[in-house]
Design a protein around this ligand. Sequence first.
Ligand code: ARG
Length: 277
Amino acid sequence: MKKTVMLFVLSAAIVFAGCGNSGSASDESKATADSAADGSETQSDDASVGSEALADGVLNVGTNAEFPPFEFVGDDGEPDGFDIALIKAIGEELGVAVEVENMEFNSLVASIGSKIDVAIAGMTITEERQNSVDFSDSYYEAVQYVLVPADSDIAGIADLEGKTIGAQLGTTGDFLIEDIADATASQYNKGVDAVNDLVNGRLDAVIIDKNPAMVFAEKFEGEIKAIDGADFAFEPENYAIAVPKGDEALVSIINNALATIKEDGTFDQLVSEYIEN
Ligand code: ARG
């Protein structure tokens, strides 16, 4: 979020509390000028001109660090993973600081443009989400996978009918369960909690994106197995960075940075470091 706006809201609240004045246009410009004059503002460099989100020199990024290898909580307690490294590389390219906030996946879209500037969270471009946010160019193609107990006979979409299926709340895997006849959806705030319930015999299957599915199948090897969503006729999905709706400048700034990172080999290096290792 733009710091000057936050400072204005704060100072307006302090200055005008109880005096019945909710802040006229001239109050607003004064408060903004005051906060700019205290030296705490780092003005944007050339690369960030055009998007308000970058005007304070900080890109505030929301993620849900429950989605390895794209995002997880590292040993130091901070979000790490492919997406985090990618957005930091983009920030470096743009000359802005990157601050990552770990939040619930289901809250990300609604927080873009207020609590956070953008979200990177292995987020699939969907028409529904495009009603509320815009997306950068896609940086990764994925598909939903199905995790089942190692000895399960489930092999195709008909086998999922009437089953109890887990997914992370608000994800495309969650939405797919709605289309499976007589299936009962069990929604979890974290994908790993769904996987634990599968391992404990409380679920028949879990629908989750390919790469996390493979990470979890390896973690619980011998207990669960991962099946390619193509066997269930699940469509390919494209991950992209979600930005405030209508912020075309930010979309093109991010797309340009993404293109540079792809050209100079940084992107491939991150793929081999985080995804292919
Ligand atoms: N690709 C799926 C979606 O967009 C799941 C993303 C979950 N990401 C996460 N960081 N938990 O709905």
